[in-house]
Design a binder for this molecule. Structure first.
Ligand SMILES: Nc1ncnc2c1ncn2[C@@H]1O[C@H](COP(=O)(O)OP(=O)(O)OP(=O)(O)O)[C@@H](O)[C@H]1O
Ligand SMILES: [Mg+2]
Length: 180
């Protein structure tokens, strides 16, 4: 079992940084990962998925917010399943879309509003919590809860630029950054 790992806290200062962060994650994926995306309306969950799919060699433009479609599937370096649980209320509805059937060893599964049905999801998942800070700045906490996601989080930490360390410290101490 991979050792436990502390969460990663970073700030994404622009949509472009969110895109790059997603792209970097996409490059690290092998298939079978579950990315649980959590955060309020308009916080950047779909924006992050766009970066992730670009990192899997899928044109980012093909990613739309799955508002009317609950599930979107893309094929790139790996199959990607993009799910948005926003409009689902009851467990039976989430079960009816066959949530568990999408969780295969091949596919990367990214779920927006995953917090609505966390108890239906496997334990081993990367939880990405986004929060509004300013109009263009988002705080992100990435946490892992199983061996596969812990190893992914360790790799994400490895590729983060050193400058983000001071930013992480400023988040922990509760200070806001001056970037707008
Ligand atoms: N740093 C940032 N990262 C990501 N998006 C940002 C950032 N700054 C501003 N934005 C804007 O925030 C919006 C994010 O929209 P997006 O559709 O990705 O959010 P969402 O979390 O998927 O919302 P929903 O809950 O409606 O699905 C976009 O309009 C984007 O341009
Ligand atoms: Mg969205």
């Amino acid at each position: 079992m991979a050792p436990s790992i502390s969460p990663l806290d970073i700030i994404l200062s622009s949509p472009g940084e969110t895109d790059s962060f997603g792209y970097a994650i996409g490059r690290l994926l092998h298939g079978g990962e579950l990315l649980a995306l959590i955060g309020e309306l308009g916080v950047g969950k779909t924006a992050l998925v766009r970066g992730i799919v670009a990192g899997l060699d899928i044109p980012a433009a093909s990613v739309t917010s799955p508002t009317f479609m609950i599930v979107h599937e893309y094929q790139g370096r790996l199959p990607v399943v993009h799910i948005d649980l926003y409009r689902l209320q009851r467990h039976e509805e989430a079960e009816a879309i066959g949530l568990s059937d999408y969780l295969t060893d091949d596919a990367v599964v990214a779920i927006e509003w995953a917090d609505r049905f966390l108890e239906l999801l496997p334990e081993d998942r990367l939880e990405v919590r986004l929060a509004h800070r300013t109009r263009t700045t988002r705080g992100v906490r990435v946490d892992a809860s199983g061996s596969r996601s812990r190893s992914l989080l360790a790799q994400i930490k490895n590729i983060m630029p050193p400058t983000s360390r001071s930013v992480r410290a400023s988040i922990r101490s509760g200070k806001r950054t001056s970037s707008r």
